[in-house]
Design a protein around this ligand. Structure first.
Ligand code: ANZ
Ligand code: ZN
Length: 838
C-alpha cells in the first residue's frame, strides 16, 4: 500500500476548497443555520499552538455541522488594533499598519495550511476603514441614544516622556521607556454606559445554559450586585441646623464594630466645623491639596481631624462615636460620610491604630471570636457574626439583611442596591485604534461627525519618534471645522479601546453591507452564535462588553437579539516543559539533554533545572512553532494530536511522542483505506461496532468531547484491522472516511476520491446509525437439548426467563430436533443457556 503523503494531499485539497468556495456561507440558504466561531486572533506575527488547538476544535464542529445538514457560518478575521503594533513602530521603525498587515498575511497562510473550513470571503480586519468606519457609525448611534458620555478620569502620566501610558506600559510604577515614576492625571475621557444594563447583564446569565458555570460566576462577581444601606446617625448636638449625619455602607452587618464616623474634607459638616476652628480649616485645606484619585487616596497616609462632635449608635444610643474629618473619605461617593469598622476594613484599621480608637471584632475569623482584635490586619473575609447582640450567629449576608430591615422598620435608613460594575472607559490616547468620531467645538461642545463623512480615517504620515499620542501631535489631522456651526474646531484625538472592536465583529461576520454596520435581517438569521470557542482569559471583559454591545443595539431597536453567544466553550492551554539555567535564564526543550540523572545545556554543558510544564510562552522559551510541525507531519496529524488525549477544557501537554503517534495513526487510517478489498458476507460484530461509532462520535462532537470521539475512532480502526474481509468490513472502511472527515479532512477527501465517490467529503452527509445495531449489550446463549448444544442465540443481555424460553422453542433448529415432542422440563440460566429436557 502507498503512504499517505500530506504534502501533496494538503495542498491539493486546500486549493480545491478554495477554488470551489466550499465553505462560503449562504445567507439565503433554506437549511437550518449554524454559526460556529472561535475568538479571532490578534495578528502578533505568527500562529501559535494555542490558536491551532482553538481553531481545530471549532473546525471539527463546523465540518460536522455541514455534514449534518446545516448551512454553516465559520468565519475568520483579525483583532488588528492595539499596542504591540505601536511598539513595533517605535522599536523597528515600521508603520503599525504595515507591520499589522504583514502579520495578517503570514498568519492567514499559516491558517490555510491547516485546512480550516473557513469562509474567507468574510475575512475582516478591525484596522481597516471599512470595518472601523462602521464601528464609528455605531458609536454615533450610541452617542445619540445617550449611552456615551464624557467624564474626568485618571490616566497614567509619564512626566519625562510627557505622555499617557497604557496600563501595560507601566512597569512597577515606572514608565516603560523613560523609567520615570508614573503620575496619575485626570483627563476628560469617553465612557459607555454599561451600568445601565447591569441588572439585565446579570439576570441574562441565568438563561445561558450552554455556558460554563465558572464563566457565569466570574461575570456575576464582576457585575457585583450587592445591597447597601444609607442611614442617619443622630448628632449629639445640632450643627448649622442639622441634627443627623447620613452615611453609606456596604457592610451594615458590621454596625456593632463601629468605632468612629468620618466625613470628607469637602463635606458640609467639615465646612461648618472649619468655620469655628482655624485648626480644622488648615486640615481641610491640606486634604484638598492632595491628589484625588482613588489610587492616591489608597496609598496616602490616613489622616484625620477630630471635630469633637459625636453621634449616637443606632442600636445603642448611649454609645457615642467620635466624628472625624478624614482624607480617605471621598465626597463624590455614597454620601461623603462613613462609619469606620477597624477590625474589618483595612483603611479604618490604619486610621484606628493611628488615632488609638477601639478595634472591635464582630465577624469571627474561624474560631477567633474575641471582641478585642489584636494585630494590624483587618479581617474582611467570611465568618459568623459575634459581639453583635441580635446579629450573633448570623452569616454576613443574613446580618446585612437584618440590619437593613430594622433600619427601614424604624425609619432611620434605607437599603440600596450597589454595583461593582463601573461604566466602560473607552478613550485611549493612542494612534493605532479606531478614531472616536467626535469634533470638539468651543461653541457647540462635542459634536458627532456626520455619518456621511465617515469613516474618520487615521492619518498615514505619522511620527513615532517623539513620545505621546501621534494623533494629537499630527500637524493638520485634528484641525477641522465644526459640522454644526462651521467654526474652526478640533477633532477628538483619542481612539477607542480595542475591546470595542471585538464587541461586534461577530455581527459584521454575519452581515457586511458596504453602507451600514450590518443588515438587520441577515444578522438575525445567523445570530446568536451557536458555539463560541476561546480562551478563559476573555471570560470577563470581552464577553461582558460583547453582551453589553448587543444589548445596546437591541435597545436602540437595531437588532432582535440580546445574548450574542448561545454556547460558550473555554478550551485549555497547550503546555510544554520548561528548563532554567543557574542564572535564571530559560532554555528551550530543544537546547537541553539528559546527562545521566541530570539535565544539561547541549551547548556548553551547563546544568539546567527542569521546571514545570507550563503554558507555551516566548518568555519561558517553551513554544513550538506550528509551521515546521505541519511541514513534517502534515495538517491532519497536527489536528489529530490537538484533539487527542486531553479533554478539550484541560491543558494539552505538547510532546514529540504525541504528534508522532498522531502521524502514525493517520498512516494507519490510510492503509485501511488504500488496502481495502471488497468482501462477501456480513460481520455482525463489526456492523455493531461501526454503528455504535457513528452514533458515539456524533454525540461526542456535539458535546465538544473531541478526545472521546478520537478514542472511538481508534477502537473502530482496531476492530476493522482485526476483521476478515467481508461486505461489512468494506462498508466500515468506506464509512470510516466520513467519520474522520471533520478531524482529518485532507485524508478523508483523498479516501473519498479513491473510493470514487461524487463531490467532496466536506459536502457529504454524515452516515446514519442504524438503531437496531446500537443495542449495546447482546449476549450469545447456548440452547441445548438434553445437555447437547443444538443452537446459539443472540439475545439482549438480561432478557427474562420466559422470553429466553420462548425464543429457544421458536428456533428453527430446535423445532426440527424436537420434531413435535413436548419438552418435559426447561432449565434457563439467564445470559448463559437454555437446556430443554425432552
Ligand atoms: C462600614 C464598613 C465596614 C465598610 C467594613 C467596609 C467594610 P465599596 O464596597 O467599594 O462600594 N465608603 C463609603 N462611602 C465612602 C466614601 N465616600 N469614601 C470612602 N469610603 C467610603 O465601598 C463601600 C464601603 O466604603 C462602605 O462600607 C464604606 O465603608 C466605605 F468592614 O461601611 B463601609
Ligand atoms: Zn460649533
Amino acid at each position: 500500500a502507498s503512504r499517505f503523503n500530506p504534502k501533496a494531499a494538503d495542498a491539493r485539497w486546500q486549493k480545491t476548497w478554495d477554488d470551489a468556495q466550499t465553505f462560503a456561507a449562504d445567507n439565503a440558504a433554506a437549511k437550518p443555520k449554524s454559526y460556529v466561531l472561535e475568538m479571532f486572533p490578534y495578528p502578533s506575527g505568527r500562529i501559535h499552538m494555542g490558536h491551532v488547538r482553538n481553531y481545530t476544535m471549532g473546525d471539527v464542529l463546523a465540518r460536522f455541522k455541514r455534514m449534518t445538514g446545516h448551512e454553516v457560518l465559520h468565519p475568520m478575521g483579525w483583532d488588528a488594533f492595539g499596542m504591540p503594533a505601536e511598539n513595533a513602530a517605535m522599536e523597528k521603525k515600521v508603520h503599525p499598519g504595515e507591520w499589522t498587515r504583514a502579520n495578517i498575511a503570514a498568519m492567514r497562510d499559516q491558517l490555510k495550511r491547516l485546512g480550516f473550513a473557513l469562509d474567507w470571503s468574510r475575512e475582516l480586519a478591525t484596522c481597516e476603514p471599512d470595518y472601523y468606519g462602521q464601528e464609528q457609525a455605531l458609536f454615533l448611534d450610541l452617542f445619540e441614544a445617550g449611552l456615551v458620555y464624557r467624564k474626568e478620569s485618571a490616566v497614567n502620566w509619564d512626566p519625562v516622556d510627557m505622555t499617557v501610558l497604557a496600563n501595560e506600559q507601566v512597569i512597577d510604577g515606572k514608565g516603560w521607556r523613560s523609567g520615570a515614576t508614573v503620575e496619575r492625571r485626570k483627563l476628560s475621557q469617553w465612557f459607555l454606559k454599561i451600568t445601565d444594563f447591569a441588572e439585565d447583564l446579570l439576570s441574562g446569565l441565568g438563561e445561558l445554559d450552554q455556558w460554563p458555570d465558572k464563566v457565569k460566576l466570574m461575570q456575576e462577581n464582576w457585575i457585583g450586585k450587592s445591597r447597601g444601606l444609607r442611614f442617619r446617625f443622630k448628632l449629639s448636638q445640632p450643627v448649622t441646623g442639622q441634627t443627623n449625619l447620613q452615611v453609606f455602607t456596604t457592610r451594615p452587618d458590621t454596625i456593632f464594630g463601629a468605632s468612629f464616623v468620618a466625613v470628607a474634607a469637602d463635606h458640609p459638616l467639615a465646612a461648618a466645623v472649619a468655620e469655628n476652628s482655624a485648626e480644622a480649616q488648615r486640615f481641610v485645606a491640606q486634604c484638598q491639596s492632595g491628589g484625588t484619585s482613588a489610587a492616591d487616596i489608597e496609598s496616602a497616609e490616613k489622616l484625620g481631624f477630630d471635630t469633637g462632635l459625636t453621634v449616637a449608635h443606632p442600636f445603642q444610643p448611649e454609645w457615642e462615636l467620635p466624628v472625624y474629618i478624614a482624607n480617605f473619605v471621598l465626597m463624590d461617593y455614597g454620601t461623603g460620610a462613613i462609619f469606620g469598622v477597624p477590625a474589618h476594613d483595612q483603611r479604618d484599621m490604619d486610621f484606628a491604630r493611628k488615632y488609638d480608637l477601639p478595634v472591635r471584632r464582630v465577624v469571627a475569623d474561624g474560631d477567633d471570636s474575641e471582641a478585642e482584635f489584636a494585630g494590624d490586619e483587618a479581617w474582611s473575609g467570611e465568618g459568623t457574626l459575634v459581639n453583635s447582640r441580635f446579629l450573633d450567629g448570623m452569616t454576613i449576608e443574613a446580618a446585612k439583611a437584618a440590619v437593613i430591615e430594622r433600619a427601614e422598620e424604624e425609619g432611620w435608613g434605607e437599603g440600596t442596591t450597589e454595583w461593582r460594575l463601573r461604566d466602560w472607559g473607552v478613550s485611549r490616547q493612542r494612534y493605532w485604534g479606531t478614531p472616536i468620531p467626535i469634533i470638539h467645538c468651543e461653541e457647540c461642545g462635542p459634536v458627532g461627525v456626520p455619518k456621511d463623512q465617515l469613516p474618520v480615517v487615521l492619518p498615514e504620515d505619522i511620527d513615532f519618534e517623539t513620545p505621546g499620542n501621534p494623533l494629537d501631535r499630527h500637524p493638520t489631522w485634528k484641525h477641522v471645522d465644526c459640522p454644526q456651526c462651521g467654526e474652526p474646531a478640533r477633532r477628538e484625538t483619542d481612539t477607542l479601546d480595542t475591546f470595542v472592536d471585538s464587541s461586534w465583529y461577530f455581527i459584521r461576520f454575519a452581515s457586511q453591507p458596504d453602507d451600514a454596520p450590518f443588515d438587520r435581517a441577515e444578522a438575525e438569521a445567523w445570530l446568536p452564535v451557536g458555539q463560541y470557542i476561546g480562551g478563559v482569559e476573555h471570560a470577563i471583559l470581552h464577553l461582558l462588553y460583547a453582551r453589553f454591545w448587543t444589548r445596546a443595539l437591541n435597545r436602540m431597536g437595531m437588532l432582535d437579539v440580546k445574548e450574542p453567544f448561545a454556547g460558550l466553550f473555554t478550551q485549555g492551554m497547550v503546555t510544554h516543559e520548561t528548563y532554567q539555567a543557574g542564572d535564571g535564564s530559560w532554555l528551550s526543550p530543544g537546547e537541553v539533554t539528559k546527562d545521566g540523572e541530570d539535565w544539561v545545556a547541549i551547548e556548553g554543558g551547563e546544568p539546567v533545572t527542569p521546571g514545570r510544564v507550563e503554558k507555551m510562552s516566548k518568555s519561558k522559551k517553551n513554544t513550538v512553532d506550528p509551521d515546521p510541525i505541519i511541514d513534517q507531519y502534515g495538517a491532519d496529524a497536527v489536528r489529530w494530536f490537538m484533539l487527542s488525549d486531553s479533554p478539550p477544557e484541560r491543558d494539552l501537554p505538547w510532546s514529540e511522542a504525541g504528534i508522532e503517534g498522531a502521524w502514525r495513526f493517520v498512516q494507519r487510517l490510510w492503509r485501511l483505506i488504500d488496502g481495502n478489498q471488497p468482501g462477501e458476507g456480513e460481520d455482525k460484530a463489526l456492523d455493531r461496532k461501526l454503528h455504535q461509532t457513528i452514533a458515539g462520535v456524533a454525540e461526542d462532537i456535539e458535546d465538544l468531547s473531541f478526545n472521546k470521539a478520537v478514542a472511538k475512532i481508534h477502537e473502530l480502526a482496531n476492530a476493522i484491522e482485526k476483521a476478515d474481509a467481508s461486505a461489512s468490513r468494506d462498508a466500515a472502511v468506506r464509512i470510516l472516511v466520513r467519520l474522520v472527515a471533520p478531524m482529518a479532512p485532507h485524508l478523508a477527501e483523498e479516501g473519498w476520491a479513491q473510493f470514487g465517490e461524487q463531490g467532496l467529503v466536506a459536502d457529504a452527509q454524515w452516515p446514519e446509525a442504524d438503531p437496531a445495531l446500537l443495542v449495546e449489550d447482546e449476549v450469545t446463549i447456548a440452547v441445548q437439548i438434553n445437555g447437547k448444544l443444538r443452537d446459539t442465540l443472540s439475545v439482549a443481555k438480561g432478557a427474562g426467563k420466559a422470553d429466553l424460553e420462548s425464543l429457544a422453542l421458536a428456533s428453527d433448529k430446535i423445532m426440527r430436533q424436537l420434531d413435535g415432542a413436548e419438552p418435559k422440563k426447561i432449565i434457563v440460566v439467564p445470559d448463559r443457556l437454555v437446556n430443554i429436557v425432552a
